[in-house]
Design a protein around this ligand. Structure first.
Ligand code: SAH
Length: 389
């Protein structure tokens, strides 16, 4: 494949994506997921990547060494190396971690989360899909793995022309009572029916922050999912807890999370968060600690304006509910929204609420979601810890 003149620049800077508009010529008829040699317009070989004919991101680079061989051993070695980079984390008070984080680990389109003896895999690109058996074998070969389960049902597969695939890949069916252990707590992981791979490993830093902040405080957990934050707060002496989510199955798991930890996780409210927050505001409720962790509200740049308004509404309502001296933990997991814009949106909310609010900390994705310096797009989770006067 030959790039247009000048379009080799990002590749020589080790950025792994080639957009369709950057391509001058495709040689032969590569199938989805085939490895293609990428060349500059003057014929200089730049590396090898996976071809995705249906996607705007037409090629994702495997390597910037044009002489490398992309074969079973190459892919297996990347998977095993990524997993081994998590061994210190997995020896430090948790049995659960993201083992493979797509471009963050040099394996575009492959996400693998480990929960104890179970690994849940998401393959989101044609290139990843082409190597699914190799990926499954490599993960199943890791020590102590009983089950490798596939949850390739993310919407992004559609953009790659791939159908959803859910089911057992290797070993035994997942345990319906599967729990992730982290710090002193257990979290039920619904591998087959939960969101994504079943649990938000990416909020590990937040759980640690809430453990430090919860004691004696009235806690409002908005977009609670399975109540992981509520478990931590309950276990660390929160005075009173309200968890809000629109998903009844997620709240049912939140209830089970209370049981498996022998904790009272407080009230679980099935509701639309925007409506519920307005209701709490109208009843002049006050909280000392609020977590606001909405789903991705902007999928791309075009949705940014609308998403900014939604983030602002949510943060405005949350800031109004903060008692004097209260703490708000607020996130955006939209890759399309950068940290600067998010901070500006939250600043606008504080202004409209008429409150003086200070940033006292920032919460990012944890170290099993690494961001290559050459690929800042991997950084998607931005969190602010705010204190209101
Ligand atoms: N903080 C959670 C993860 C939140 S994921 C954790 O650490 O586990 C986002 C959640 O928002 C999902 O559980 C989803 O069901 C919920 N959600 C999406 N739209 C919603 C809405 N309009 N109102 C309430 N909850 C919503």
């Amino acid at each position: 494949m030959t790039l247009r003149a000048g379009r080799e620049r990002s590749i020589t800077r080790r950025h792994p994506w080639i957009f369709s508009g950057g391509i001058a010529d495709v040689h032969g008829r590569p199938a989805p997921g085939d490895t293609v040699l990428v060349e500059s317009d003057d014929g200089r070989p730049l590396g090898l990547g996976a071809y995705s004919p249906e996607s705007q991101i037409r090629v994702r680079m495997w390597t910037f060494d044009p002489g490398a061989a992309i074969d079973d051993a190459f892919v297996a070695e990347r998977i095993v190396a990524a997993a081994s980079r998590r061994s210190a984390l997995l020896a430090s008070g948790t049995d659960s971690a993201r083992l493979v984080f797509s471009e963050g680990d040099g394996v575009p389109g492959v996400v693998a989360d480990r929960y104890g003896d179970t690994i849940v895999v998401q393959l989101t690109t044609a290139g990843a899909d082409a190597w699914r058996e190799v990926v499954a074998d490599a993960l199943f070969s890791l020590p102590g793995v009983r089950c490798v389960y596939e949850r390739s049902d993310a919407d992004v597969r559609e953009r790659e022309g791939l159908d959803a695939r859910i089911g057992l890949m290797r070993g035994e069916e997942p345990d319906p009572g599967l729990v992730a252990h982290e710090a002193s707590w257990r979290y039920v992981v619904d591998v087959a029916g939960g969101h994504k791979t079943g649990f938000y490993l990416d909020q590990r830093n937040a759980r640690a922050a809430i453990a430090r902040l919860a004691n004696g405080r009235r806690f409002l957990n908005v977009f609670s999912y399975t109540g992981a934050f509520s478990v931590v707060a309950a276990g660390n002496g929160a005075a009173d807890i309200l968890s809000i989510d629109s998903s009844a199955p997620a709240l049912e798991v939140a209830r089970r999370n209370g049981d498996v930890n022998s904790l009272d996780v407080g009230e679980l409210m099935e509701a639309d968060a925007f409506t519920a927050l307005r209701g709490l505001r109208d009843r002049a409720r006050q909280y000392d600690l609020i977590a606001l962790d909405p789903p991705k509200l902007a999928n791309n740049e075009r949705q940014l304006e609308k998403a900014s308004r939604a983030y602002k509404d949510l943060n405005l309502l949350a800031i109004k509910l903060l008692a004097p001296g209260g703490t708000l933990l607020t996130w955006s997991c939209s890759g399309a929204m950068n940290a600067d814009l998010f901070q500006k949106v939250v600043a606008g909310a504080a202004l409209d609420a008429g409150r003086t609010v200070r940033i006292v900390d920032r919460l990012s994705q944890p170290n099993d979601h690494p961001v290559p310096l050459a690929f800042p797009e991997a950084e998607y989770l931005k969190g602010l810890v705010l204190e209101a006067e």
